[in-house]
Design a protein. Sequence first.
Length: 500
Amino acid sequence: MTNIVNHWIGGKTAEGASGTYGPVTDPATGAVTTEVAFASADEVDAAVAAAKEAYLTWGQSSLAQRTSVLFSFRALLDAHRDEIAALITAEHGKVHSDALGEVARGLEIVDLACGITVQLKGELSTQVATRVDVSSIRQPLGVVAGITPFNFPAMVPLWMFPIAIACGNTFVLKPSEKDPSAAVRIAELLTEAGLPDGVFNVVHGDKVAVDRLLEHPDVKAVSFVGSTPIARYIHTTASANGKRVQALGGAKNHMLVLPDADLDAAADAAVSAAYGSAGERCMAISAVVAVGAVGDELVEKIRERAEKIKIGPGTDPSSEMGPLITKAHRDKVASYVAGAAADGCEVVLDGTGYTVDGHEDGHWIGISLLDRVPTTAKAYRDEIFGPVLCVLRADTYEEGLALINASPFGNGTAIFTRDGGAARRFQLEVEAGMVGVNVPIPVPVGYHSFGGWKDSLFGDHHIYGNDGTHFYTRGKVVTTRWPDPADAPAGVDLGFPRNH
């Protein structure tokens, strides 16, 4: 009998009742190893109801209680990081070291949530008028939801729920149905850490579950990470239902390489950022813009490095890159390479015929490198989400900057140069939410916030950091006057309150 990944509602496993299941595949073999229960609207309602009930007490709990649970959870997550990484490798396919890195980045946000007391401090102004004080406080929203992608099945949920529950909210997570097990294991660890039943819930599923969360009147806010079309849909639908929304979309991240750059360092960075995690990350560098005469040498250095990458099962310690998540996604990525020459690209490396001995049914694809890519090429216009790197040419810094700023995406970008003035100008002029200077993947540390511009973000708040705290709370201002015992009765005054 096939294993079933069930929901987690009210602090315990909830077996799927809809009768609908989805396959969970080992990408290295192509074999279906597990099935995941898909929630009906009624099952989503049950999770939201459990969260709403838990909020009655969790929302009033002390900061000391909340952070105590999170400290315990952090210790458990740290102790079980290898186990969670193994679940990620089994269902996503990424190599084990990469999966461990994902858990480590998620732990950073748990660290931040453990210290949430500082972010939740209010403000007080005394004596704004005679015996009048004004204070600003932040309070939780209630039930909030997270809808997360397949590429980081542990890290992205960990970017959301620790801050949400630290602020006093309760949480319903809808993880990707392609790799759901890590989310359930995290839920078990939260319960072991002492989190009250119903504060954190997991429902699996497809559009039925998502749409119910977006329209449910008791869900006050929705966090999402995924592709731009879905992010736009999430933002539009949830906003129309009166919810606060942060919806992080796709990307086409550019790396601008100036003529004075260290080309060996730039090539190392381009290969790491383009092909790490098989390119299945929204912060991957998928377009290198070579300025001036450095293009040919840079492309050759990238090719030399890319050809040496060892591709194999994520469980093999010698593997540097694993398979793609599904066969359908593998075929879609391959189609961009197959059509590249007809679009005017020079195909330097074609990885579409790659396979692994003994794992021929896995979702394999090799490294692809496209040079002299025109901006009209489909491989450049679309977010491929695979190990395909496009190299474009520009004669000047200004031309390269204009090319980057013309992209509809504005997630992350990087510049490689030894010129501090050029780097400073770039970080001010480029239209992207995250900028790296000689850093190819500028994912902010936990106490700053992650998010892009333009079609890479829908909503007003970035994720985690101070933006995360503000997203999961709402402000309230309290004006107080306590009469002094010596005061005479003030009498009735229909004018404006006096401030002087």
